[in-house]
Design a protein around this ligand. Structure first.
Ligand code: ADP
Length: 499
């Protein structure tokens, strides 16, 4: 797959997934907002009903209070009127005999007049009663208007009644959540409150004015909060959580797939580079050996011992170079094997390093440089595979020469010290081209090569330091690098001492 195709797929998938996620979040927000307003609406409706019921309660209270008095007076008036009417009714003869047609005839003038008088009188009495009741009601209304606000609010809206009304109204409206409430006076503050009433913010409080006809300064509000409101709101959008989780899962899998695709792409590019590099590295010594072999066929060369010596030296050197390259490629196979075959044995680090330095000395001197050795570690016995340990030091020295500065003779310093009594620290420092900070982080990765390090005559596979890192790891130690661009580099290995 082309890199651009992977990019296009990434962008399209990212847009689709992010769009899906954004829509889900929007939907979630809408649902929460809707649920919130529904909740507020139910609460405000219930509060309004409670307030109305409290007002009705108060009216009933005042009516009850005046009732006894009213009944007394009413009884007095009724008794008088009934005595009066009874005496009149006695004089009215309203009976008639069906068998006597004469009885159907209108009564005599006197009797009719009496009847009219009685009705008029009764009407008068009813009118008086009506007027009296009306004035009584007016009186009650006036009392409510004038005196009710003087009654203490604890009496007008006592805690138990308010709680009962609130519960029944909220339940009637389909909300059976625990609540806490308080009665708050406009001027004096909280009159009373339930135990758990402690709103975190004013937004959590729902308020309703009680007895709105009270004078402004005496007005009270009923405040209510719902400690479990968020659970209630969340319970209605709970079903969206799995869908969000699946989207995130999809996003995770997508990111992982994309990263794998890019890694694979990079690996295939690296493989191509590696093959190109390897071909180049092998082609040079092979062609040199091939030319030398052709020269051997030449009689003049065979006859001259000097030329023969030269040709044999070339063949020898190039074979060595070839072997070194093959060895490097072979090291690659070590990474893929889970347990590289290790023959761990006790080794004197100082002595081992000294041997490598000795064989390497000539190469450094060839470029006019030196190797300084300060192998000062005490009891430097470590447990390593001798061959691999030698390769590690060799690789570091080889890099120090490979990445030397053109204009400065290579100065290498190899030292060993004891940072503590259980460890040995081996340092290989050079005055070469150095590395930038961003490269320093990656040099121990397989196939990684610093692009500027790829100088015209410096070829490599990007495997040396990865191999060094892997070996030191297997020896139970650690390696780190310090470097300054254009000044030099330092590789510091720490290994446990064998005791
Ligand atoms: P190779 O030498 O085959 O490229 P290595 O793994 O040995 O691979 O090194 C990785 C990279 O680290 C090199 O490409 C080089 O740029 C950088 N490097 C390693 N050692 C040094 C050094 N002593 N000085 C400067 N750069 C170095």
């Amino acid at each position: 797959m082309k890199r651009s195709t992977i990019w296009i797929l990434t962008v399209v998938m990212a847009i689709a997934l992010l769009g899906l996620l954004a829509m889900q979040i929007m939907y979630l927000e809408k649902m929460v907002a809707m649920r919130n307003s529904q909740f507020s609406e139910i609460v405000m409706r219930s509060l309004y009903s409670v307030s109305t019921m409290l007002e009705q309660n108060e009216t009933k209270y005042f009516l009850d209070q005046d009732l006894a008095e009213a009944e007394q007076m009413y009884t007095g008036i009724s008794q008088n009127s009934f005595e009066f009417s009874d005496s009149h009714e006695a004089t009215i003869d309203t009976t008639f005999n069906s068998e006597d047609p004469a009885s159907l005839r209108p009564a005599n003038r006197n009797t009719l007049k009496d009847l009219n008088d009685t009705y008029q009188h009764k009407q008068e009495i009813l009118k008086q009663q009506y007027l009296y009741q009306k004035s009584l009601l007016n009186e009650v209304i006036l009392t409510i208007l004038n005196e009710s606000s003087d009654r203490p609010i604890e009496e007008r809206a006592d805690s138990a009644t308010v709680a009962t009304y609130l519960r029944s109204e909220l339940e009637f409206n389909g909300l059976s959540l625990p609540f806490e409430f308080a009665i708050v006076n406009r001027t004096t503050g909280i009159v009373y409150k339930t135990e758990g009433y402690s709103p975190l913010s004013q937004q959590d409080v729902y308020s309703q004015l009680l007895f709105p006809n009270d004078p402004k300064s005496k007005q009270n509000t009923l405040n209510i909060i719902f400690p479990n409101k968020s659970d209630y709101i969340f319970s209605s959008v709970k079903f969206l959580v799995p869908s969000l989780a699946f989207t995130f899962l999809l996003l995770g899998v997508f990111l992982y797939t994309i990263s794998v695709a890019f890694k694979q792409k990079k690996l295939s590019e690296i493989k191509n580079d590696f093959i190109n590099n390897m071909t180049h590295e092998f082609k040079t010594p092979i062609s040199s050996i091939s030319i030398a072999a052709q020269m051997l066929n030449d009689d003049s060369v065979r006859k001259s011992p000097e030329m023969l010596k030269h040709v044999s030296t070339v063949i020898n050197d190039e074979t060595k170079r070839l072997r070194f390259q093959v060895e490097k490629v072979l090291q690659l196979s070590l990474f893929d094997r889970k347990n590289a075959t290790m023959r761990l044995e006790e080794e004197d680090a100082n002595a081992s390093i000294y041997n490598v330095i000795n064989t390497f000395k000539l190469k450094v001197e060839k470029y006019g440089g030196h190797i300084n050795a300060n192998l000062d570690a005490e009891d430097p016995i470590i447990k390593v595979d001798r061959m691999h340990f030698t390769n590690v030091i060799f690789n570091l020295l080889d890099n120090a020469v490979k990445y030397r500065r053109e204009d400065v003779a290579p100065e290498l310093e190899v030292s060993t010290v004891n940072p503590d009594e259980d460890h040995i620290q081996i340092t290989v420092a050079d005055n070469g081209i150095g590395m930038k900070r961003e490269d320093l982080k990656k040099i121990f990765e397989r196939f990684y090569r610093v692009s500027t390090g790829d100088r015209h005559d410096v070829k490599g596979f990007g495997l040396g330091l990865a191999y060094v890192h892997k070996m030191i790891d297997l020896f139970g130690g650690s390696i780190r690098a310090e470097s300054e661009f254009n000044k030099g580099s330092k590789f510091i290995i720490t290994l446990p001492l064998y005791k």
